[in-house]
Design a protein around this ligand. Structure first.
Ligand code: SF4
Length: 397
C-alpha cells in the first residue's frame, strides 16, 4: 500500500529546494524523456521540480509545454459536479462545510438535479458528497486504519444516476466521496460507478495533521492514501487524483503525486486517468500555517505546464479558477482537457436553488454562450462522453 512507502518518497521529495537547480540542457533532457512517455525515476522527478525554481528553466518548461501536443488537443470534455450532501462529520480547517449546517438532497431532489444536467446535454457527471454520517454509516472506530462503512443510501443515488444515464444512451459517473473500504467500492461499482476520484489534500503528514486536527474518519491519512488501490481491487477501472494546491509546497506535492501515479501503474496496472487542478482560494489562505504555501497565478501556470508533460491522464480545469484564466491556459497549451464551465458546489443549484452554503466560491459562466465562444475559436466541445472517450484522451506510450 502506498501509505507504507510514502515515507521513503517524502525523504526524497523534501530535498526539493535544498540544492542548486540543474542547468537548462539537463532540464530539457528530463522534459524530453517524460514527453517520450518514459517514466522519470524518483531522483529525476525531484531534480526536475527543483530545476523549476530557476527562472530560465521556468521559461524553458513553459515553452516546451506550449509546443508539446497531447492527444485530442482541439477537443474539450465538459464535466459538471452534482453535490448530493454537504453534511460532514470531518472538520477540515480549509473547508466551509465543516463550519456550517449542510443539506442532503432527498432522492426526488437528486433526480430533479440530475435530470437538469442531462437536459443540458451532459452525459458525464461527477457525484459529490461530504462525509455525511447518515450516508456513510461507520462500522467500528472512526480512526481505525481499516474503516468500514454501510453505504446503502449512497448506492441509491448512484443506481438512480446510472439508470437515468442509461435511459439517455449511457455516459460516465465519477465519484468525489469519502474514501471507502473495498467491499463498499465493489458495491458502488455494481451500482454504476466508472471513475473514483480523491483529492489527497496534502501528502505531507505533519501538515495533514495540522489541517485535520480533530479525531474522525479523515484524520487517518493512510486510509485516504490507499483508497485508490482498494478501488482498483474492487474493479473500478479509472482513477482521478490531485493535491490541493496551496496547503503545502506545491513542487514537493507534485513530485509525490507523480510518484503515486508511478506506484499505482506498477502495483495495479492503472495510473490516474484524470489529474485535478484544485487551488485553495478565499480567506483561509491567510492562515499563518498556510500563507507560506499560497500558489501564485505564475506558479499555478507552471504547475499546469508540468502536469501536461508529466502525466498520461487528462487535466481537469475547474471553476475555482476564473474562466478567462482557464481559457488562456487552453489557448496557450492546447485543449485535450476536461473543463467545468457552470457549476454548483452546494447540493442543488441546477434546477432548484440550494438550501445550504456552497463549499467554496466558483466562477460560473452561462453554458450555451461559453460553449459557442469556444466553438467559435475552433474547439470541439463534448458534452456526451464516457469512459472510452476519456481513454482516448490519455497519453499513450
Ligand atoms: S473538505 Fe470534505 S471532508 Fe473536509 S470538511 Fe469539507 S466536505 Fe468535509
Amino acid at each position: 500500500m502506498f501509505s507504507q512507502v510514502i515515507e521513503s518518497v517524502l525523504s526524497r521529495t523534501e530535498e526539493i529546494g535544498r540544492f542548486d537547480p540543474s542547468g537548462r540542457s539537463r532540464t530539457g533532457r528530463l522534459l524530453e524523456k517524460s514527453a517520450r512517455g518514459e517514466r522519470l525515476s524518483p531522483d529525476e522527478i525531484v531534480e526536475l521540480m527543483n530545476a523549476s525554481r530557476d527562472e530560465k528553466n521556468r521559461a524553458l518548461i513553459l515553452d516546451f509545454s506550449a509546443r508539446y501536443r497531447r492527444p485530442r488537443s482541439g477537443d474539450i470534455l465538459l464535466l459538471p459536479p452534482l453535490y448530493f450532501s454537504s453534511i460532514c462529520e470531518n472538520t477540515c480547517l480549509y473547508c466551509d462545510f465543516s463550519r456550517h449546517r449542510g443539506d442532503c438532497l432527498s432522492p426526488e431532489e437528486f433526480l430533479e438535479e440530475f435530470e437538469a444536467l442531462l437536459d443540458s446535454g451532459y452525459r458525464s457527471i461527477e457525484l459529490v458528497s461530504s462525509q455525511d454520517p447518515d450516508l456513510y454509516v461507520r462500522q467500528g472506530l472512526p480512526e481505525s486504519p481499516d474503516q468500514e462503512y454501510d453505504i446503502e443510501r449512497v448506492l441509491e443515488y448512484f443506481a438512480a444516476a446510472r439508470r437515468m444515464l442509461d435511459e439517455r444512451g449511457g455516459g460516465m459517473l465519477t465519484s468525489n466521496i469519502p474514501p471507502l473500504d473495498r467491499k463498499s467500492f465493489r458495491r458502488l461499482k455494481s451500482a454504476g460507478l466508472d471513475c473514483y476520484l480523491s483529492w489527497l489534500e496534502t501528502f505531507h503528514p505533519g501538515q495533514y495533521r495540522l489541517l485535520h486536527p480533530q479525531p474522525g474518519p479523515k484524520s487517518t491519512q493512510a486510509f485516504r492514501l490507499d483508497a485508490f488501490e482498494r478501488a482498483v481491487g474492487a474493479g473500478i477501472g479509472r482513477l482521478a487524483g490531485a493535491f490541493l494546491k496551496g496547503l503545502y509546497d506545491w513542487r514537493k506535492e507534485e513530485a509525490v503525486l507523480y510518484c503515486l501515479d508511478t506506484y499505482l501503474k506498477r502495483e495495479t496496472g492503472r495510473g490516474f486517468s484524470i489529474i485535478g487542478t484544485p487551488r485553495l482560494k478565499g480567506n483561509f489562505c491567510r492562515e499563518p500555517f498556510i500563507r507560506p504555501y499560497v500558489v501564485s497565478d505564475r506558479d499555478y501556470e507552471l504547475n499546469i505546464a508540468l502536469d501536461r508533460i508529466l502525466f498520461d491522464g487528462v487535466l481537469w480545469l475547474q471553476t475555482r479558477e476564473d474562466y478567462l484564466f482557464n481559457k488562456r491556459l487552453i489557448d496557450r497549451y492546447g485543449a485535450g482537457v476536461i473543463l467545468t464551465i457552470d457549476c454548483s458546489t452546494a447540493p442543488g443549484g441546477y434546477r432548484n436553488r440550494p438550501k445550504a452554503r456552497a463549499q467554496f466560491p466558483v466562477h460560473r459562466r452561462r453554458l450555451a454562450e461559453t460553449v459557442a465562444g469556444l466553438e467559435g475559436d475552433g474547439y470541439r466541445v463534448i458534452f456526451d462522453w464516457d469512459g472510452d472517450t476519456l481513454d482516448d484522451f490519455q497519453r499513450r506510450n
